[in-house]
Design a protein around this ligand. Sequence first.
Ligand SMILES: Cc1cc2nc3c(=O)[nH]c(=O)nc-3n(C[C@H](O)[C@H](O)[C@H](O)COP(=O)(O)O)c2cc1C
Length: 214
Amino acid sequence: MTPFDTEITDRLLSTTRSVRRRLDFDRAVDPEILQECLGLASYAPNASNAQDWRWVIVTDPESRAAIADHYRAGIVPPMEELLERRQADGDAAGVRHSEAVLYLAERFHEVPALVIPCIQGQLDPDLELAWTTSLFGSILPAVWSFQLALHSRGLASTFTTAHLLAADEVAALLDIPDDYLQTCLIPVAYLLGDDLKPPARRDLDEIIAWNRWA
Ligand SMILES: Cc1cc2nc3c(=O)[nH]c(=O)nc-3n(C[C@H](O)[C@H](O)[C@H](O)COP(=O)(O)O)c2cc1C
């Protein structure tokens, strides 16, 4: 007997997907649910338990529109190029991915809540790998917990990074102080339709090495 119903927890872990086409753009996200999910996210590991994370939740339509413009500028040109290559290669799964990414980009301003997880710290090319990893490692596990908690409550999200190409402009827009790094942006909406299916992934044999790299 395990302390959890693993049928349910495994389903949550294997079906928490990037959702782009099945977002309910017409339903505002309940602020209490966002708080509850961020409360659960705050149990995630973080270096020295400093908890130097901050979460900026953007629901105001004007700010969402401005962020969406930056997001599109970052993702549309490279994704259109990738789509063309994928079409030429006959890569059907790749084409579906690119088209879904472009669909979300087009409607980004309509996503009811944009959540920007930030961590206190600075990126420095001279910083040791250990400290750079500590910086991102002190927020990204919490981001994933947040996404899991959202999914378990019937909401959907996608881990995105494209707006970071205009991180300075978005920081200015939202008054994010200089000593905080934006690490990603999670668009959040209610999930439309039935639950999600596990995605295709590489075989474990291909990705796991026992005792020595192989
Ligand atoms: C570091 C990182 C950056 C990503 N950036 C974006 C992004 O800017 N826009 C987007 O639509 N998806 C983005 N994704 C989502 C990936 O495309 C997605 O996780 C991947 O295709 C696997 O699909 P799945 O999450 O549904 O299993 C990003 C994911 C990661 C981990």
